[in-house]
Design a protein. Structure first.
Ligand code: ZN
Ligand code: ZN
Length: 305
């Protein structure tokens, strides 16, 4: 699909909906014709068909995930911008594997299964994004806002004059924020969300939900609330000491697992580990005899809920 959003901005996607593993890119028709993100490599043909023969001189990648970088290779002459904290996972397979936690936490079958369908290949990144940087495309001027948490280098792009925010995987879907990589960070994600709520954009162009133009602030707040609800439910479960596996089996992050189940198990486990790392840091959870449990203060706080 190739759909007009507003002056000079188009939504371009290989399928009719952006739900993962599909995704939505945005095309800016300006002096420097620009793409914000490109979909998984598996969608290359459909993506090219949607874009037609429109020129692309610049690609701005919100983050390193393959559903946002997988078709960069279709535009070998374009400049490619990404944040330095995410670039290693775009240029090195080894770094990509470490960012996902595959090397330490995944079974061989999960690792190989995921690596085969994402078709990792190196991206040639030509420029580094920097928080606060202004990228002039002609009439359109985008401010780069570093919003780590989902990934360390996740960035969003703000067209201030129009109040329009390209938000990548701060995507406002019902699932809520995703933090299933070993170097995802919930504390950072919360402050990134708070930054965007304060920014108060009028329109959000999301990497999986498309264009959101009603109740934007409310939707940002709800999205953050979903994350906090999941954290509360983990704290509540830990009023009784549980092993990591017992906690993972409760499916408190995903709610239910799709297929293949071992991949969902892996991402549930990583997400729970990311929660636990933060909760231990906040001294709301402690490790005790191979199990995790809410500390006295956190447990009594939960009891009142
Ligand atoms: Zn992502
Ligand atoms: Zn995504």
């Amino acid at each position: 699909m190739f759909i007009h959003v507003t002056d000079q901005v188009y939504m371009v996607a290989p399928t009719d909906q952006g739900t993962f593993p599909s995704s939505i890119s945005f095309y800016i028709d300006d002096e420097i014709p620009t793409l914000i993100d490109t979909p998984l490599t598996v969608w290359a043909q459909a993506f090219k068909a949607s874009l037609g023969d429109r020129p692309v001189k610049l690609i701005l990648n919100t983050h390193y995930h393959r559903d946002h970088t997988g078709c960069n290779y279709l535009f070998p002459t374009a400049d490619v911008y990404a944040h330095p904290a995410d670039i290693p996972a775009m240029v090195s397979r080894e770094a990509f594997i470490q960012y996902y936690g595959f090397d330490k936490y995944a079974d061989k079958s999960v690792f190989e299964g995921i690596m085969s369908w994402i078709q990792w290949s190196p991206c040639s990144v030509t420029h580094e994004l920097e928080d606060g940087q202004i990228i002039k495309l002609g009439n359109v001027e985008l401010t780069v806002i570093h919003t780590p948490g989902h990934t360390p280098g996740h960035c969003v792009f703000y067209w201030e004059k129009q109040g329009l925010l390209f938000s990548g995987d701060i995507d406002l879907t019902n699932f809520g924020p995703w933090y299933g990589n070993i170097n995802s960070d919930i504390t950072q994600l919360i402050s990134s969300m708070e930054k965007l709520i304060k920014l108060n954009p009028q329109v959000i162009c999301s990497g999986h939900k498309g264009v959101v133009e009603h109740n934007v602030r409310e939707q940002l707040e709800k999205y953050l609330a979903r994350l906090l609800e999941k954290e509360e439910s983990i704290l509540k479960a830990l009023r009784k000491p549980l092993t990591l596996d017992e906690l993972v089996q409760r499916k408190l992050v995903y709610g239910r697992w799709g297929k293949p189940e071992d991949q969902f198990y892996f991402f549930e486990k990583l997400s729970v580990m990311v929660h636990l790392r933060r909760l231990i840091e906040l001294q709301q959870v402690e490790e005790y005899q191979g199990k995790y449990r809410a500390t006295g203060a956190a447990a009594s706080k939960c009891a009142q809920l």
